[in-house]
Design a protein around this ligand. Structure first.
Ligand SMILES: [Zn+2]
Ligand SMILES: [Zn+2]
Length: 747
């Protein structure tokens, strides 16, 4: 026998990764009869060129869950694709003066290499890029399909505009009045824009939240994001009469105080806003507000734009209520009309102070002295949602071309399905100014598909948020069949809905819109088999990884580089550290302590197990001695049973930090068992040593999802066959030989 193998993570990991490559255990399996199909969807990374610690956290959680489910005998699909279109890649390409297509390919290759080095068990053959022609032709198909159902529309309307990025933004890309990307202030401008209509499905998204919650597979964080984005407000609505028999339906969440209203607020996006702003001066002001834009950071009542239309409606108490247009309504209740009740609402009070036609009521001191409430006749129960249709087109060149031709005779005409894809020129070289697509006659000038006359292609491209609407679909379809059957392949029914999405907690809006589009595709037909209309049966959102209590950034010089960590400590240590350091719902404040802990544990377990395996040879069996320690082996068995039960339950819930804590505790107990036996008898009987080795094997099996390289090597060292069928199974119980000699005799 050679001496104890050294703990060398780099050698262990390359040996294991080679074995995995040969075994092919991670390819999406053909599920057998009765096998549960589990599709685990990790987040789709931007092709930024480098995995960051947030990715490592995401994929470490997803990968350990995937390995756990495989070990339990389920058919597991663990696959992903790159979110490769969009501004980040375009800006990086501008900086480096290379075509974005080249940059994306380079980055993707590099990131795939990093993922493999970390030992993530994806089906890499199913990886894809949203910017590949055979992929985005389906984004175009989806666009046309939704357009035909009126779920996409083009409207000349106010949109958020970033001067720096020279692009429109979806409202969810505006954070506190600032651009999500460059953090500069955003303003509203008016321009023709394509919108995704989500309002028809808001109520169903709302209703389903309770169902998702009761399913027990959506964590609190992810449910909270869905509720927040929906922005549900409950209250009452009533019809108020204006001059000339016009009526306006207004909403208020203050159902008891409707009679105290002093004015009515109308969203600039309200469908009837033009009919109410008839006064020429008001119209001009409204137009200026829309086209000149306004400062989005002026969200508060003291500076938000207000346009008094001059019109009034009769309030619930008979008094005349001025009708005022302000985008503050959108931020609170969506594109609706709402009562302004300064007597009880702080924001409304701020607005009232700026309105000449409104008398500000006396300040109410505290809730107790609020004015008496009176129910209003004719008020109906009502709900409003803040979530609203969002723009999906961008004036950028690194995006999926919108399959539409703009014809002066016919208007916007969809490109016929058989002519898809509309190909984005691969050699396009953006400079950061304007839209390079618009300057390419070979792209722009076309025949109108309807009248045959000369026409122009739409040069706006789709926002990558649109690509993301269905980024969870392709992994479920074998790559060879994607050209023909992306949305109709029979395998979709096996894998969808995804058993679990694992993503960062900033993915809430993506998930919200993916839930919308699933319902649309269910109603249109392809996804009819998903009756509930939910793409994810389960969802785990994790918080971010920071360092020194602050967000990692080059500027702060606190970026933790996964490559360096892996080179220094090995992938298992990094994975274990990331999983152990914090539960998914907590921000992970990175410290070397977690790495040291993980490294010490793995090294300790490695050395200890090898020493015990070697020591076994020299041990003899004495029935009398064995009988004397039988109760101790029984206790060891109980510890193992208990530990296994807990680790299993925590891993089922993706609470990997708890699983790992219980694994380390069980290791302590296995060591404790030996100490106690030695204290009692001076040394271990062979029966004791065999029981202990059985416990160490059990421990390695439970460790396998989290630190797969070390765990598999230990199992092989303990005599397990080196193949997936022998190594992967998750233990169903602790098989620790307790009664004397049972195993000693047979070995
Ligand atoms: Zn910007
Ligand atoms: Zn035409």
């Amino acid at each position: 026998m050679s001496s104890k193998p050294k703990f060398d993570p780099q050698a262990i990991e390359s040996a294991r990764q080679e074995a995995w490559e040969k075994r092919g255990d991670y390819a999406a399996p053909q599920p057998e009869e009765g096998q549960e199909c589990v599709y685990i969807k990790p987040s789709s990374p931007f092709t930024s060129g480098n995995l960051h610690m947030g990715h490592v956290r995401d994929y470490s959680i997803g990968d350990s869950y995937a390995r756990f489910r495989r070990g339990r005998g389920d058919a597991v699909l663990f696959g992903f694709g790159f979110d490769a279109f969009g501004l980040p890649a375009e800006l990086a390409a501008i900086e480096r003066q290379v075509p974005p297509a080249d940059w994306v390919a380079q980055c993707g290759e590099r990131m795939l290499g990093q993922m493999k080095r970390l030992g993530f068990s994806f089906d890499y053959d199913r990886a894809f890029y949203s910017s590949d022609e055979n992929q985005y032709r389906w984004s175009q198909w989806l666009f046309i399909t939704l357009l035909e159902r009126d779920l996409i529309y083009r409207a000349d309307t106010t949109v958020d505009w970033c001067d720096t990025c020279q692009t429109t933004l979806a409202s969810i890309q505006v954070e506190d009045g600032r651009c999500w990307r460059c953090h500069n202030e955003v303003r509203l401008i008016r321009r023709p824009t394509w919108f995704l209509r989500i309002t028809p499905y808001l109520e169903e998204n709302d209703r389903n939240i309770a169902q998702l919650e009761s399913g027990g597979k959506w964590d609190d964080l992810s449910l909270a994001t869905q509720r927040y984005i929906l922005g549900r407000a409950d209250g009452v609505e009533l019809d108020l009469e204006g001059e000339g028999e016009r009526s306006l339906t207004v909403f208020t969440p203050h159902r008891k105080f409707a009679s105290l209203a002093s004015f009515v607020l109308l969203s600039p996006r309200h469908p009837e806003v033009d009919a109410w702003a008839t006064d020429p001066a008001a119209r001009e002001e409204l137009e200026r507000m829309r086209s000149g834009g306004w400062d989005r950071s002026a969200r508060d009542a003291s500076s938000v734009p207000l346009v008094d239309t001059g019109a009034s409606v009769a309030g619930p108490d008979g008094s005349q209520l001025p009708v005022v247009v302000s985008p503050i309504v959108d931020a609170r209740f969506g594109p609706t009309a709402a009562l302004g009740i300064p007597a009880i609402d702080e924001a409304d009070r701020g607005l009232a102070e700026r309105l000449q036609r409104v008398e500000v009521p006396a300040q109410a001191e505290g809730d107790d002295e609020a004015p008496p409430a009176a129910p209003v006749a004719g008020a109906r129960e009502a709900t409003r949602y803040r979530a609203n249709d969002f723009s999906i087109s961008r004036q950028r060149s690194w995006g999926c071309p919108i399959p539409v031709v703009l014809c002066e005779e016919c208007g916007p005409v969809p490109v016929p399905e058989e002519d898809l894809p509309v190909v984005l020129p691969r050699d396009i070289q953006p400079t950061g100014e304007g839209n390079p697509l618009a300057e390419r006659p070979d792209f722009v000038d076309v025949e109108c598909p309807r009248c045959g006359g000369g026409a122009k292609r739409e040069t706006d491209t789709l926002d990558c948020h649109f690509d993301a609407l269905w980024l969870w679909v392709p992994a479920a379809v074998p790559p060879a069949d994607r050209d023909e059957q992306m949305f109709t392949h029979p395998d979709l029914e096996k894998w969808l809905p995804s058993e679990r999405l694992v993503a960062g907690n900033d993915s809430g809006s993506f998930v919200f819109d993916q839930r919308i589009v699933t319902k649309a595709l269910r109603d249109i037909g392809p996804f009819a088999f998903m009756e509930v209309g939910e793409p994810f049966a389960g969802c785990l959102f994790h918080e971010m990884v920071i360092a020194d209590g602050r967000k990692m950034s080059k500027h702060l010089g606190n970026v933790v580089n996964p490559d360096e960590l892996v080179a220094q400590h090995g992938a298992d240590t990094v994975r274990l550290a990331v999983l152990y350091a914090a539960g998914p719902a907590k921000t992970l404040n990175w410290s070397d302590g977690a790495v040291r802990f993980a490294s010490r544990f793995l090294r300790g377990l490695w050395n200890y197990t090898h020493e015990r395996l070697e020591g076994l040879e020299g041990l003899t069996h004495d029935p009398e001695a064995a009988a004397d320690t039988e109760h101790m082996r029984d206790r060891l068995r109980k510890w193992c049973d208990n530990g296994l039960e807990r680790i299993t339950a925590d891993t089922e819930q993706l609470q990997m930090h708890k699983s790992i804590r219980n694994i380390t505790r069980l290791f302590e107990r296995i060591q404790d068992f030996e100490k106690r036996v030695i204290k009692r008898r001076g040394q271990l009987d062979r029966a004791d040593a065999e029981a202990q080795i059985a416990a160490l094997v059990l421990l390695a099996r439970t460790l396998l999802p989290f630190a797969p390289h070390v765990a598999e090597e230990l199992l092989v060292a303990a005599g397990e066959r080196d193949d997936g069928a022998a190594l992967l199974p998750w233990p169903s119980g602790a098989e620790i030989p307790v009664s004397d000699g049972a195993k000693a005799a047979s070995s």
